[in-house]
Design a protein around this ligand. Structure first.
Ligand SMILES: Cc1cc2nc3c(=O)[nH]c(=O)nc-3n(C[C@H](O)[C@H](O)[C@H](O)COP(=O)(O)OP(=O)(O)OC[C@H]3O[C@@H](n4cnc5c(N)ncnc54)[C@H](O)[C@@H]3O)c2cc1C
Length: 503
């Protein structure tokens, strides 16, 4: 299985493929673009309800963040209930609590109904404060959880080797193998008559009175409704200003003495560390995650792995790091995801984005929300997650400031683009954005000397891409589009490649 980065994630051992290339029908009820957890979960829901569905995936199932996740199924979200009460009121915060309950039920039911073997386990999670500042945060989290009726209990004992100030346990959380799960769902979807097209890039749409026509690399597809389950919608949309791309890092360790914590764990540092164990090929591996930063804002992304590994080695008896990978998520302006009608659409195009680090749950609940909107025209979550909302809250101001940093960096990039007289000044394995005879290029020199040269201006919003040494990719700091060393698009919102210059 391929993924949108050079490193191999723990889930990529899953090799089942879908080499289908069915003839396209004239018109579908629903076309779903993107085959991650959001797209596949929504496709099976609608196909089960009798809709004729097609899934279009630019690469392969799980190519996006679903192939680079850590797949905790936790329902205390990155946006805490305390924060949600402040921002959207107690009733809405209570509604948010049901998202977790219902999403986990959907996952359980899918696993049961389609007999999917995906290492699903229900288990408790532990949140722990490592210093006084974190303790205050935890108190706030506990208070918010109690106000919405989310079970969280203080505990003196955690299954992780940290000296903590305060900790809580949260029952009935979970974990699974995300790729086994979505591949099981994809198989069921196909068995129910759904069509899945891999290597099929959706390049644009034309929304007419009664139908949407999608332009794709495999031809035109017509559908009564379209869902962009692409993690961030492609093309240019207001949602790109409301979501900031972030990278997070994960390492799967073999620990000495097989003393792996079997529960889910999280500290409250900023950014926080997250922990769980997964059995792969009969062996337990301990997965730690963290070191998050805004996409394109780390000088040396390789260093993020070293920091994470050094931190984990301080507390755990590490034998080896077996897998290490990074992936992308989106921070929404007001902390809640955008799930519903795509802004600017006449009502037949839907999307789901802004999941923060909780996309297993929000991607799953998308199947219920968009399923209900398409089938019945309403959903109890419609207003809470409406992509057309604008909430003037405190978080929003910070967000706008953050976006201003992007704009500044963008200008700075343009002005300071390094001048070099000759591309051969690069060392092996090095990459740079360079100015060469009046044009900006992104150049990467392989170990062994081969140069890869591409135009460096992202076709989406004309920002300059930055080098990501950890995943050997060029990442756009503005909206998160990513490209490989030959300019091929890895991650949207762009639907275009960077122009490759043959040397
Ligand atoms: C390191 C890391 C750890 C995480 N851990 C957790 C966790 O423990 N628990 C949790 O709940 N969440 C976690 N998350 C978040 C979660 O993984 C994501 O929110 C979720 O996987 C997003 O799924 P998706 O289906 O919406 O998007 P994706 O999985 O990114 O799928 C989108 C798909 O759309 C395709 N696509 C894009 N553009 C086009 C186009 N134009 N045409 C056709 N196809 C297209 C892509 O190729 C891709 O396959 C984590 C995120 C990161 C980065």
């Amino acid at each position: 299985m391929n993924r949108d980065g050079a490193r191999k994630s723990i889930w990529q051992e899953e090799i089942k493929t879908f080499s289908l290339d069915p003839a396209l029908a004239k018109c579908y009820d629903v076309a779903i673009v993107g085959a991650g957890i959001t797209g596949i979960s929504t496709a099976i829901r609608l196909q089960k309800e009798g809709k004729k569905c097609i899934v279009l995936e630019a690469s392969n199932i799980g190519f996006g963040t679903t192939g680079g996740t850590t797949a905790h199924l936790n329902d205390f979200f990155d946006t805490t209930y305390a924060q949600a009460i402040k921002d959207v009121g107690l009733q809405n915060a209570k509604l948010l609590k049901y998202v977790g309950i219902e999403a986990r039920n959907i996952i359980r039911n899918n696993i049961r109904q389609f007999n999917i073997s995906c290492d699903f386990e229900s288990k408790p999670a532990y949140l722990f404060a490592l210093d006084e500042k974190q303790e205050k945060k935890l108190d706030d989290i506990l208070k918010g959880a109690s106000q919405v009726g989310h079970p969280m209990a203080q505990t003196d004992d955690i299954p992780f080797p940290f000296a903590f100030k305060k900790a809580v346990s949260i029952p009935d959380q979970g974990q699974f193998h995300p790729i086994k799960y979505i591949k099981g769902l994809a198989e069921a979807f196909i068995n129910l008559g759904g069509l899945l097209l891999e290597e099929c890039l959706c390049e644009g749409h034309d929304e007419k009175e009664d139908v949407v026509i999608l332009q794709s690399s495999k031809g035109r597809v017509s559908a009564r409704s379209v869902i962009y389950a692409t993690h961030i919608p492609p093309g240019v949309n207001i949602l790109h200003l409301m979501n900031a791309p972030y990278r997070s890092y994960a390492i799967a360790f073999r620990l000495k003495g097989d003393c792996h914590p079997m529960e889910l764990g999280y500290d409250l540092t900023e950014p926080y560390h997250y922990y769980r164990t997964q059995k792969i090929n009969g062996e337990n591996l301990f997965i730690a995650g963290g070191e998050d930063h805004k996409t394109g804002h780390a000088d040396d992304t390789g260093e993020c792995f070293s920091k994470l590994e050094n931190y984990v080695r301080e507390y755990f008896d590490v034998d080896t790091a077996v897998y290490s990978w990074s992936s992308q998520y989106y921070e929404p302006a007001d902390g809640l995801p955008y799930i519903g009608v795509l802004p600017g659409s006449k009502g037949k195009i839907y999307t789901a984005t802004g999941f923060r680090g909780n996309g297993m749950i929000f991607g799953t609940i998308t199947s219920q929300i968009l399923g209900d909107l398409i089938l019945n025209g309403s959903s109890k979550y419609k207003d809470l997650f409406d992509p057309a909302r604008i909430r003037p809250i405190a978080g929003f101001t910070n967000f706008v400031k953050e976006q201003a940093v992007v704009v500044f960096d963008f200008v700075k990039d343009k002005m300071l683009t390094e001048r070099i007289n000759s591309l051969t000044e690069l060392s092996d394995g090095e990459a740079k954005v360079v100015k060469y005879e009046g044009e900006s290029y992104a150049v990467y020199k392989e170990k062994g000397g081969k140069l890869h040269l591409i135009k460096s201006t992202c076709p989406h919003a004309k920002c300059e891409v930055r080098w990501n040494s950890a995943e050997i990719s060029w990442d756009c700091p503005c909206h998160g589009s990513r490209f490989n060393i030959n300019g091929r698009m890895l991650t949207g919102p762009t639907v275009k490649n960077l122009q490759r210059i043959e040397l």
